[in-house]
Design a protein around this ligand. Structure first.
Ligand code: DMJ
Length: 934
């Protein structure tokens, strides 16, 4: 691993208000490696093994990049399951995700500087020529300003930075004459119209050809943008200005940052997730370090590193202090409300926050970085990948994983900071999981569902831009990279910008905000990085000792989200409010509390209990507030429970040649037939039924006998199809959607309901595939005739047996293996079965909705609740999980209360209207969060 020059250790301190000449050194200070000083902890990894892993990363990159170039280029991205390019407009829209695609060969541009880092200079030279020859930036396409900036502008600038470095070295790129920079400038000018708002915050989208204003632009009516979208421009825009001398770009990006800073919530110093670009009002007032905000913080710190402007560090430090005060609940990072920062806004975390430990390393705050990283690693060990969102008790909230690089990024930076070989082992696990679960014959496929191991037909460009860089650099020694990586800063998309830009073209007038800053307490501002030269040699087990207590954090599945509010309440001396999860209808004390909160209990005839709140009947405004929160929690809990009752998705894995288990399709389960979560998976060759709709007795029973029958959806009930194929001797069935082009990428998965009659006679497993996934099997039959699949609740590990289907012994082996797998799956049942399926998944399909599914009369939705905030209803039953924790908290509460005899509830006087208005805002924010896409 490369290290900064001997004298520049972590221990050197940077004088306050560092002079320009020290700016680059400051960056190096924070990133300097401590590898050479590591003496204990995890066993050191030999140079040979590091090289082996580095070579493995190179091979994996070749597989991803090679397949993109062969099968997708010049399209923006590779679709690795169908082995073709994703061309916007030709595939069903995936919503906002598609806004990254501008018909500009996105993956090629995003991969440019990765090629150089991975020492593929020749390929880089070819790639640059292709970009110059083929890429058109003037397409009539509406794209995301944020994505286009970080991926395309960043990609072009990263490419340019390394092209001029190579040219100077004198061997490669001798013909290069700043052509990438010219393209970057052209693109920069195309993005500028987005900033035409009074606030200076950019519109979220722009038409590459027509800009914003013209009617043909089809954009420009948006009112909101995310904080990260408006606050993640400064590195690329400043680099563009400094490379070209055209100051306008840096000016615009600075103006947007200045505006966001002005709009921070002044008492908490936090920012919300979305902001109105015209008024500057916070649209979503929840605040975290993940989706929607993440790279805003990253760019404040990195802008200081790259540009040497103290105001960026001051801002970063102010926000960082707030993050550590409110959001950081080690090892968790939980969203809070900007106005009520002591109140958690969510009970789950998103995968994007995995970059944060890396940023903490750059900041120099190693301990919380180690803690959060370890927590994330525990989640990964449980699910192989980090699910898009997971709850505070580490259950899957959103099950996808689009091969995000953030965790690898933090692993790399933590290794640089600690030199602890533990992080090399972490990297090795990441490599193994990618090869085992995401690698498909035509690239690497995103995980549709980490629980089932099913795939999605997407390989995002950031996988090449970031993942391979961080993994390669993790294992690389200085001589494995052809330039000094520490002369560059990584953008949020891991594009490389040279630190020498800090002293080039500094003609931008920095906004004079000193009057405000001088009022700030300077002791808040750290100007140095921690001294790992002292830290680690003195206590080489330091990092390990921080990780150790977290080793089983994920296995202890008790919810943590509630703890914060309680602890804070104790601290302030107030009695902790009753939380929905703790409520027991048989506890007289709880009933008393309910009464105080204006909540009454109605026992329904069917035995269920309904809660109604009349805030006006509460004992005080504080009690009314607690009551509203209680009802809101009840609604959340109830909807969580409803989700938990739904069946999780299943997997169809193609195991025959040439797939060998590498392609896993997301399938909807059936409410009838063999339950694959309880029984061994079903393996068999597939055969189409005749008639294909399976709505009458099959005319080809000999073809489907002992096989898994393929049937088309439509014209009769699912159960009827199942009976017909079962009668013909099929051992399972796959219903394929008749709606051409449908796909689990774009449509919510559902479970096939029965026909309202007794379906116990159906004993074979039945799964549903959307048309796109179904056609992967149909195409395989056309090409290979014999296609064997595995129907299961979770994809089976690929193993040599799958690739060795000729050998008769493989069957018994694989059965043994299956049995093992079932054993390990069933261990997870308690946790996994209770996991809520991803947001959109698994509603019963209305075509054959079972009567039970419509029985929802007694519950209300959050929106109904919202429409009349003084009267809330909920019916639910609650369990008494995690009593240890509850008891501890209860005990703690009693102790605190005892020592605070003067404590009483409801001391604070706040008019009820303002409380209700406040809570309405929170409820709206909550609803938006639930709808929000990452
Ligand atoms: C990347 O495009 C960038 O890292 C961005 O900041 C957010 N995350 C994606 C990858 O997950």
């Amino acid at each position: 691993m490369s290290e900064a020059g001997g004298g520049r250790g972590f221990g050197s301190s940077v004088p306050q208000r560092a002079p320009w000449s020290l700016v680059a050194a400051t960056a190096a200070l924070c990133l300097v490696s401590a590898t050479s000083v590591w003496t204990a902890g995890a066993s050191p990894m030999s140079r040979e093994e590091k090289q082996k892993l580095g070579n493995q990363v190179l091979e994996m990159f070749d597989h991803a990049y090679g397949n993109y170039m062969e099968h997708a280029y010049p399209a923006d991205e590779l679709m690795p399951l169908t082995c073709r390019g994703r061309v916007r407009g030709q595939e069903p829209s995936r919503g906002d995700v598609d806004d990254a695609l501008g018909k500009f060969s996105l993956t090629l541009i995003d991969s440019l500087d990765t090629l150089v880092v991975l020492n593929k200079t020749k390929e880089f030279e070819d790639a640059v020529r292709k970009v110059l020859r083929d890429v058109n930036l003037d397409n009539d396409v509406v794209v995301s300003v944020f994505e286009t900036n970080i991926r395309v502008l960043g990609g072009l600038l990263g490419g340019h930075s390394l092209a001029i470095m190579l040219k100077e070295k004198g061997e490669y790129m001798q013909w290069y004459n700043d052509e990438l920079l010219q393209m970057a400038k052209q693109l920069g000018y195309k993005l500028l119209p987005a900033f035409n708002t009074t606030s200076g915050l950019p519109y979220p989208r722009i038409n590459l050809k027509f800009g914003i204003r013209k009617p043909e632009a089809r954009t420009g009516t948006e009112t909101d943008t995310c904080t990260a979208c408006a606050g993640t421009l400064i590195l690329e825009f400043a680099a563009l200005s400094r490379f070209t001398g055209a100051t306008i770009f840096e000016e615009y990006a600075r103006k947007a940052l200045d505006f966001l800073w002005e709009k921070r919530q002044r008492s908490s110093n936090l920012v919300g997730v979305t902001i109105n670009i015209h008024t500057g009002d916070w649209v979503r007032k929840d605040s975290g370090v993940g989706a929607g905000i993440d790279s805003y913080y990253e760019y404040l710190l990195k802008a200081y590193v790259l540009l040497g402007d103290d105001s960026f560090l001051e801002r970063f430090n102010t926000h960082y202090d707030a993050i550590m005060r409110y959001i950081s609940q080690p090892p968790l990072l939980l969203d809070v409300h900007i106005h009520k920062p002591m109140l958690n806004a969510r009970t789950w975390m998103d995968a994007l926050l995995a970059f944060f430990p890396g940023l903490q390393v750059l900041k120099g705050d190693i301990r919380p970085a180690i803690e959060t990283h370890e927590m994330l690693y525990q989640v990964i060990k449980k699910h192989n990948f980090l699910p898009e969102a997971f709850t505070t008790d580490f259950r899957v909230h959103w099950a996808q994983h689009p091969l995000r690089p953030e965790f690898a990024e933090s692993t790399y930076f933590l290794y640089k900071a600690t030199g602890d070989p533990y992080y090399l082992e972490v990297g090795k696990t990441l490599i193994e999981n990618l090869n085992k679960y995401a690698r498909v014959p035509c690239g690497f496929a995103a995980m549709k569902d980490v629980r089932t191991g099913s795939h999605e037909d997407r390989m995002d460009s950031f996988f090449l831009a970031e993942m391979f860089k961080y993994l390669y650099l993790l294992f690389a020694d200085k001589e494995d990279v052809i330039f000094d990586i520490e002369d560059y800063i990584f953008t949020t998309e891991a594009h490389l910008l040279p630190l020498w830009l800090s002293t080039t073209n500094q003609r931008i007038s920095k906004k004079n905000t000193t009057s405000e800053y001088t009022e700030l307490d300077d002791s808040n501002f750290d100007w140095t990085c921690p001294n790992t030269q002292i830290l680690f040699p003195n206590d080489p087990l330091y990092a390990q000792s921080i990780r150790e207590p977290l080793k089983n954090v994920v296995d202890k599945s008790c919810p943590r989200g509630i703890i914060r509010v309680r602890e804070e309440s104790f601290r302030s001396g107030a009695k902790p409010p009753l939380r929905a999860r703790d409520f027991m209808a048989t506890n007289p004390e709880h009933l008393e509390i309910l009464k105080k909160m204006g909540v009454s209990l109605i026992h329904l005839k069917d035995g269920r209990v309904q809660l109604v709140q009349h805030a006006i009947q509460a004992a005080s405004s504080i009690d009314a507030e607690d009551g509203l929160r209680f009802m809101q929690e009840m609604i959340e809990l109830s909807s969580q429970q409803q989700k938990e009752q739904q069946l999780p998705p299943r997997a169809v894995q193609i195991v025959s040649h040439p797939f060998f288990g590498r392609v896993v399709l997301t399938a909807g389960p059936a409410q009838f037939g063999l339950d694959l979560s309880k029984h061994k998976e079903t393996r068999g060759f597939v055969a189409s039924s005749k008639p294909y709709n399976g709505c009458s007795e099959l005319t080809n029973p000999e073809a489907v006998m002992g096989k898994i029958a393929l049937i088309q959806r439509g014209q009769c009930m699912f159960a009827e199809k199942a009976r017909n194929i079962q009668n013909a001797g099929a051992i399972g069935g796959i219903v394929i959607d008749d709606n051409e082009g449908s796909s689990s990428d774009t449509a919510p998965l559902f479970q096939m309901a029965g026909d309202g009659k007794d379906t116990d006679d159906i004993t074979i497993p039945m799964l549903f595939l959307f048309s796109k996934e179904g056609s992967i099997i149909l195409d395989a039959i056309r090409e290979y005739e014999e296609v064997e699949v595995l129907l299961s609740d979770k994809a089976k590990d690929r193993d040599p047996e799958m690739e060795n289907e000729e050998q008769p012994s493989s069957e018994s082996d694989s059965q043994n293996q299956s049995a093992e797998q079932i054993a390990s799956s069933s261990q997870e049942v308690d946790l996994v079965d209770q996991e809520s399926p991803e947001e959109s998944s698994l509603n019963s399909h209305p075509e054959s909705l079972s009567p039970a599914d419509t029985d929802d009369a007694a519950s209300i939705s959050p929106s109904e609740q919202n429409s009349n905030p003084t009267e809330n209803h909920e019916t639910t039953s609650l369990d008494g999980e995690c009593t240890d924790l509850d008891n501890q908290l209860q005990e703690q509460s009693e102790t605190e209360e005892d020592s605070n005899p003067n404590v009483s509830w409801g001391k604070k006087v706040q008019p009820i209207d303002s409380i209700l208005a406040d809570w309405n805002e929170d409820i709206e924010a909550f609803e938006m969060m639930e709808k929000d896409e990452l």
